[in-house]
Design a protein around this ligand. Sequence first.
Ligand SMILES: [Zn+2]
Length: 266
Amino acid sequence: MKSGGFLRNLKLWIVIFLIISIILVYKYTMPYYNELQLHQKTKQLYAGIAGDNIDWEIIAQTEAGNTIYIKKFGDGDEITLILAALHGDEQTGFHLVYRLADTLASQPEIIRKPAVIVPVVNPDGLLARSRLNAEGIDVNRNFPTKNWSPVYEQEKYYPGSQSGSALETQVMMLLINKYKPVKIIAVHDDLHMNNFDGPAENLAWKMAETNGYEVTSDVGYPTPGSLGSYAGIEKNIAVITLELPRISPEEAWRDNFQALIDAINF
Ligand SMILES: [Zn+2]
């Protein structure tokens, strides 16, 4: 009688244990699984660029033999340069900015000012699901700024042994030099903010009107050798680091399509 009760209790506990285990495994593996699924879509989208209907210009071939594509939309002065996936593991920005280019290709009349669009600055990192380029450099810490330093705290911020040495950083410098943009928007995730450097506070507030993200000049940690330091602080170009929250490409589009159009027309 007593041992029968114990066994029944034991079975109950085993069932509870199994249910909790399944919930925990689901909770902790789903984000990983979703990320893998997103990466499949990312690889497909990237592979499709070569055959899509947008007349891309090839600006460079990377260390790993991938292509960096750019496209200019519209004519005139006051160019906005829009960059995504400087960090290859931040895939959502690539989907967002590619979709922007796709939309502008079919509806060029929605912008009144020109834009140069680069959906993936770091395709080697994007395809490898790595923040860094193929040489292990954080291309957003490699700009030749006054605050650049070869000293780094963590591998993921490796600034290179020389400033301006990464091909991807050189491409961004070349685009800034060639197009002389008055505004630059670089899309990252997942800090959930319209971060601004240089004369970009009003632009950040304009974008916040529709995306609702916090406006701030501080990401919360130092970023020597970053695009914000190079173009925003040292060249006095309005730079927005658009930090998406952790959302899907669909949600990123819903939040930011109008904000990006408004930023180009600002
Ligand atoms: Zn980033």
